[in-house]
Design a binder for this molecule. Structure first.
Ligand code: PAF
Length: 284
């Protein structure tokens, strides 16, 4: 049985006790409505040595813009709890909004470079909310390591930078994207897609994989790959927010063509659902 903890002092105590017993505390921050992608983060935490595992389930209001889906974001705590228990999670941390945020909060954590482009352009307050809540979750769970998904590649890069710049004693592990057999990257927001939108959204993963194959065989250059992805998604009726070729380490534009480890990152809207995806490529 996983222990469900709602209060920050109780979670801090659990973590400190686990460490006193010589355990390595792993934190998997989530907003719940768990799927195989989240469960793979738990496996990654264990592979990286975590033997006391906390999963946080908290739909974080500060990372949603005023017209975004905070109110209707899917929630199913009992299902999430059963899934965590199937993975032998030790603790589920499920705070209430007013346990996490004082009504008169005036301190924020803000990364000021990596968070500005890509999703930061259309979601201007999003990453400030993410870095603030992740910093608070680190202070609550006191983890030795925390696992984030590669699907949110910009988020992972922003969090790594926060940890580096603010000296959090937490190892950040980034776990690979988990896809449906069709290629669609798993996301809690896939629930919003109709069957037709889901089929058309496959243009994202298909074109990313095609671009990767052609780039790795030196058949095309990165700009041609970018256009290939963009045009494939548009042809399938997706509204492209961005398709960018980036330095895979920083998620910033490549400083020079000598940077061979790249990520092609995508955000596109199908129907009313904004999807993100990316692929990493090692060019010759
Ligand atoms: O990736 C997510 O689900 C969220 O952005 C996170 C990291 C749990 C912070 O709310």
């Amino acid at each position: 049985m996983a222990q469900v903890i709602h209060s920050i002092p109780e979670l801090q105590k659990w973590s400190m006790d686990a460490k006193k017993q010589g355990k390595t505390v792993g934190l998997i921050p989530t907003m719940g409505f768990l799927h195989e992608g989240h469960l793979s983060l738990i496996d990654t935490a264990r592979k990286n040595g975590a033997d006391a595992i906390a999963v946080s389930i908290f739909v974080n209001p500060t990372q949603f813009g005023p017209n975004e889906d905070y109110d209707c974001y899917p929630r199913d705590f009992e299902r999430d709890k059963a899934l965590c228990e199937s993975k032998d999670v030790d603790v589920i941390f499920a705070p209430a909004v007013n346990d996490m945020y004082a009504g008169d909060l005036t301190c924020w954590v803000q990364e000021e470079k990596i968070s500005k482009g890509l999703c930061g352009l259309t979601r201007p307050i999003h990453f400030r909310g993410v870095t603030t809540v992740v910093a608070k979750l680190f202070n609550a769970a006191l983890p030795d390591l925390a696992v984030f998904g590669q699907k949110d590649a910009q988020q992972a890069a922003v969090i790594k930078r926060m940890v580096r710049d603010l000296n959090f004693p937490v190892k950040i592990v980034v776990s690979p994207i988990i896809r449906e057999e069709s290629g669609l990257a798993l996301s809690s927001r896939n629930k919003y897609l109709s069957e037709d939108e889901k089929q058309r959204a496959l243009s994202i993963s298909r074109s990313l994989h095609q671009a990767k194959a052609e780039l790795e065989n030196s058949q095309i250059d990165p700009e041609t790959a970018r256009l290939l992805v963009k045009e494939s998604i548009s042809a399938a009726g997706g509204i492209v927010d961005y398709v960018e070729v980036l330095d895979a380490e920083t998620m910033l534009p490549r400083e020079s063509p000598a940077v061979k480890h790249i990520t092609i990152a995508v955000a596109a809207v199908f129907g009313k659902t904004r999807l993100i995806d990316n692929i990493q490529i090692k060019m010759r």
